[in-house]
Design a binder for this molecule. Sequence first.
Ligand code: AMP
Length: 575
Amino acid sequence: MLFKELGLSGEILRAVEEIGYEQATEIQAKTIPLLIEGKDVVGRSQTGTGKTAAFGLPAVESIDRNAGRIVQVLILCPTRELAMQACDEMSRFSKYMPWVKPCAVYGGADIERQITQLKKGANIIVGTPGRVMDHIRRNTLKLENLRTIILDEADEMLNMGFREDIEEILKYIPSERQTVLFSATMPPQIMAITAEYQHEPVVVGVQQKSRTVESVAQYYYEVPMGRKSDALQMLLLAFEPKLSMVFCNTKSMVDELTETLVSKGFKAAGLHGDMKQASRTQVLNAFRSGRINILIATDVAARGIDVDNVDAVFNYDIPQDNEYYIHRIGRTGRAGKSGCAYTIISGRRQAVELKDIACFTKAEITRCDLPARDDVIAKKTERVKEKVKDYISSGKYDSGYGELEKLTSEGYTAEQIAAVLLGMRIAKETRSVPEFIKPVFTPQGKKGRRTEGGASKIYISVGRAHRIAPNFILGALADATGFPGKSFGKIDIYDNYTTVEVPKSSEDFILESMQGQKINGHKITVRHYDGEKEAIRGRGGEKDYRNLPKKQGGSRKKSAGHTGHSDRERRKKRR
Ligand code: AMP
């Protein structure tokens, strides 16, 4: 549908045309006429659907130019980024309406400056609930003439604990008002707000196209425990996305991963809630301008970041909420472009979680093998050669001739020198390519079937002499592999080593995950255990424990001395 069919004024249509919107999106076509009519609306729609314009254009349209600079519209957003962006949008929409004065008020920024701005007069306020409440209490924001309140990303505001602030704010607003609510999900708490504070609301849903996010191709990679960072680097090096976002579940993981990527020479920066507003803005600006091209963020910090040309999203951690997955991958494939979402998983538990996400989103998430190390190296090598050729054709290499002559006068040939230099340069460029990552495949069998499909035995290089008990072994296995304890069979502890029955189909994965871990402070080695051969080698010994006590079967309890942390464990600690 065309914007001019929606009942918007000439000034707005001119601005919209200049911004470059041609057709109204579905949510815009459905909501704009209702909002212009003055109806209360519940819009079920996610970021990326054009919802900001859906409520923003009518909001701008509704400003009474003769009312002076009193606050007429209040837009509440969950985060400061979202508030800043929505406010910028209001300014863009009202470019030809000088009487419209938007103003953003959000936490983490100097309140005095906001007070000065409010004093100058604004008729559209865009803010976060806490800071808006703060201004109301200080009497620097007066809402007695407010005509429209818009709750943007209402579900997220409730998730962030803003319910009380929102309800308090609503008390300050005249009951004769238009109440508009946008939410990606409709949990009972949202329905309760709707029932209590809206008047005969019209519910507008858009096809939940983002449940399957058709414009985003979705892939996943299964990697051994502890190799996620390497896998991410391999993907970044192989695909070279121009602009990408990497999602982590915790602030500390954002910091850790940012540090790793920066140290490897990637142009990456982190974004999370603990950062000062100034540095968040700095990071976002750097990302928008492409000065950094990898943004590593938590879900909350990334909320509402409005960058259209993100071509890849990486889920470094599996999102804790299925909806988050949709939000995350919705950062790419926007504004008519296609994008890719890559999820990196380790261990059985994450495989199950991802399956659950695929089920929920009804999306096809295709399993892929990581790019081969040799291919990445070949690509980088090719780049070096291209660069050399570029230099030659540009003629910018005179400076090296002097030194070259000195070396050739010593008897070296120009060919030898060139080969050495090329080799050095290629070595430098490929030094940071991660080591080979062994492919893994976690079988998706049902839980609780001990070693079904045949058992194999593995050897672990610690035993009774190292004060090892079965729960130490089981804890280490469960942590390293993510498998539940009951996946493992009999544990036999000998003087100097231990054997464990494991599912044959997962033996390689288990060995890989366990290799080099520590149990009770002892670094272990593991390998396949072949009873007969071991007997010939004379490795047998007196058994200390035979069968595993039943109640420990499913336990994931960690033993005091065990130090093989899984990603999940680390995440929990940092939360
Ligand atoms: P939003 O859902 O409000 O976060 O908007 C997502 C992106 O779509 C933003 O970058 C908007 O600038 C863009 N957008 C909004 N409406 C339209 C439209 N009618 N045509 C093209 N792009 C749009």
